[in-house]
Design a protein around this ligand. Structure first.
Ligand SMILES: [Zn+2]
Length: 234
């Protein structure tokens, strides 16, 4: 259910800590694109989040097994999974956005083996850890209650977790965010040294072929359903 977006601003692993809570945030951004600019591959700010949700999409920037720079407190960065929501103090996150956040919370909780989400226990707030008003007037209580409805249904039906899906196929001539994500992953995974310009040129193609050869795929230079998972660690 999450679209993979990537960022360079995170720390590999959890530094020996276990994940104990989810932190819902108000992003102070009025669109998912504005959140991508703050937390995504183009951002130069030293901040990140695992997920962001809008009314209609869920974006993921940092793997749950890695540490996002999200709550302004090192041990708590290591112990939490953050979810940013589209919304500002003037226009707080909509019910549709909170509902999407609730489904994501339930997914995470189910995978963690948590039967119920409880504020102060496995749901914590940014303002507990740093000097911030976040989550301000966002209705996180409604979101937690809603998440518990989804979570109870998951435990009752033992529903399979939904699979992460990947950006679509990109190849020479492709442009855009998926290309930037690909370039960042090739640099990170294979020291490709690509300038991240979101433009799939000859050098990016060469680096994709080198990666495909390395992981035992046919080196056609096209990054699609087989190549994406190898880059993302599945
Ligand atoms: Zn926050």
């Amino acid at each position: 259910m999450a679209m993979w977006m990537w960022t360079k601003n995170y720390t590999k692993g959890r530094s020996g800590y276990s994940i104990v809570a989810i932190v819902p945030h108000i992003s102070c951004c009025s669109s998912i694109g504005a959140i991508d600019n703050t937390f995504g591959p183009y951002s130069s700010r030293k901040v990140s989040t695992h997920y962001a949700v809008s009314d209609s999409v869920t974006h993921q920037y940092v793997s749950e097994s890695d540490t996002a720079w999200s709550v302004g407190n090192w041990p708590w960065n290591c112990k939490t999974i953050s979810i940013e929501h589209v919304g500002t103090t003037a226009n707080p996150p909509s019910k549709a956005c909170l509902d999407r956040g609730a489904q994501l919370m339930a997914d995470i909780a189910y995978r963690m083996g948590w039967k119920k989400l409880t504020l102060g226990s496995n749901v914590r707030l940014h303002r507990e850890f740093a000097s911030t008003a976040c989550p301000a007037n966002m209705d996180y209580q409604w979101e937690i209650a809603r998440a518990n409805v989804y979570l109870a249904a998951k435990w009752a039906g033992k529903k399979k977790e939904e699979k992460l899906y990947y950006p679509g196929q990109v190849k020479k001539g492709s442009k855009g965010n998926a290309v930037a994500v690909l370039q960042g992953l090739l640099n990170m995974r294979n020291g490709a040294g690509i300038k991240i310009d979101a433009d799939f040129g000859s050098y990016t193609e060469k680096c994709v072929k080198a990666w495909q050869t390395k992981v035992g795929l046919y080196p056609d230079g096209i990054c699609g359903a087989k190549t994406w998972p190898t880059l993302l660690g599945d």
